[in-house]
Design a protein around this ligand. Structure first.
Ligand code: MTE
Ligand code: MO
Length: 374
């Protein structure tokens, strides 16, 4: 069994897939702190977790097929050390809600396929600068992991070279998560963090960085993590016709109370909490909450703690909270949330017209129904 040497995981994680391991924390726990603890950070593996010895670990840097450098762990650490705070979100986060609209294929994620952590390491742009490449001659930076499928093919993904070489993109070859060595499930000893970009490009257990004219040939770049129209089905889908998902759109979720929970009304109000995030470094500027299908909108208090983030480089999530008024004597309430980002992008109202066959970018208004106790 290639899965016999998996790490031990926290009991609180809700398991969506055992082999490969995929799991998320419960919503109320998810938003308890601005920085997500490593133990309860969601895990999305596609293959068995590789066993890597720091002493023999190496990272290859290649231009097309030619290996130019081989770094040991210490070589990576010689570069100036940077720390950023960034959320990572799976492209399938909140897929279970889209699946209720119409059947689709993919793991049934709730709202917990996201986490916010500090990442410390070497900037990708510094390493690429040392390779002496001319950005005009290439188009993509590919990443390969040490995790292999049964045929020996590694997990892989790529990002555009313009993004990879931009110091303002804050892309980190991270060797620490929340100030500790990166745990095995999250990419020990080195993973790439591409802030504001879909989780799938944040390759763990980094084995190889390839400067190329082409995108990563991997299944996860070419034949997955792409979006389509609601009328595209498995009979007519052509994955070569859609671009790979990179930056994520604006999204939010209500995490407390959870759907179907019973909660106590205090002074005519209930406390509602959640997160909001947008890709591409676009800060969350507002979160709107309604208790009556949008006839009245209330603005939530934002708790955007990443005070050091510069304009256009807000990679963290934003936690929000509101004391929402409820109608006197009402037994049930449906709460909706929608977020607005710095470009005034707003979430779509429903899943109907954004449904796609693989269930990616599930960012419609989040809706929960709760029972009230007066
Ligand atoms: N990197 C490797 N090598 N193998 C993987 O399976 N999964 C990707 C990405 N990087 C993956 C990977 C996906 S789809 C996501 S959403 C994130 O890692 C999840 O990161 P996490 O498990 O640290 O939360
Ligand atoms: Mo993912």
């Amino acid at each position: 069994d290639p899965y016999s040497k998996e790490p031990i995981r926290h009991k609180v994680l809700k398991i969506n897939g055992q082999k490969p391991f995929c799991a998320e924390p419960p919503p109320s726990l998810l938003i308890e702190s601005f920085i997500t603890p490593m133990e309860t950070f969601y895990v999305r593996n596609h293959l068995p977790v590789p066993e890597i010895d720091l002493k023999t670990y190496s990272l290859e840097l290649a231009i097309e097929e030619v290996i130019k450098k081989t770094f040991k762990f210490e070589d990576i650490r010689k570069y100036p050390k940077y720390t950023i705070t960034s959320a990572i979100m799976c492209g399938g986060n909140r897929r279970s809600e889209m699946a209720q609209e119409r059947q689709l294929r993919g793991l049934s994620w709730g709202v917990g396929a996201v986490g916010n952590a500090t990442w410390t390491g070497t900037r990708l742009c510094d390493v690429l600068k040392d390779l002496g490449i001319n950005e005009d001659n290439y188009n993509h930076i590919q990443f390969e992991g040490y995790d292999l499928d049964p045929s020996g093919t590694p997990y892989g993904a790529s990002i555009p070279i313009s993004k990879a070489m931009d110091p303002r993109a804050d892309i980190i070859l991270a060797y620490e998560m929340n100030g500790q060595p990166i745990p095995r499930d999250h990419g020990f000893p080195v993973r790439v963090i591409v802030p504001g970009v879909v989780g799938a490009r944040n390759v763990k257990w980094l084995a190889r960085i390839i400067v190329s004219k082409e995108e990563s040939p991997s299944q996860w770049q070419q034949g997955d993590y792409k979006g389509f129209s609601p009328s595209t089905d498995w009979d007519n889908v052509d994955f070569s016709k859609a671009p790979a998902i990179q930056e994520m759109p604006v999204i939010s979720a209500i995490c407390k109370p959870e759907h179907a929970e019973t909660i106590k009304v205090v002074n005519g109000k209930i406390n509602v909490k959640g997160y909001a995030w947008s890709g591409g470094g676009r800060k969350i500027i507002r979160v709107d909450i309604t208790n009556n299908q949008g006839k009245t909108w209330y603005t939530a208090d934002l708790n955007a703690e990443d005070k050091n983030a510069k304009e256009g480089r807000y990679w963290s999530w934003t936690l929000w909270s509101i004391d929402l008024p409820v109608k006197e004597g009402s037994k049930e309430i449906e709460i909706w949330a929608k977020a607005v980002d710095a470009s005034y992008n707003v979430q779509p109202e429903s899943f109907k017209n954004i449904w796609n066959l693989r269930g990616f970018v599930c960012n419609a208004y989040h809706r929960v129904k709760v029972k009230l106790e007066h």
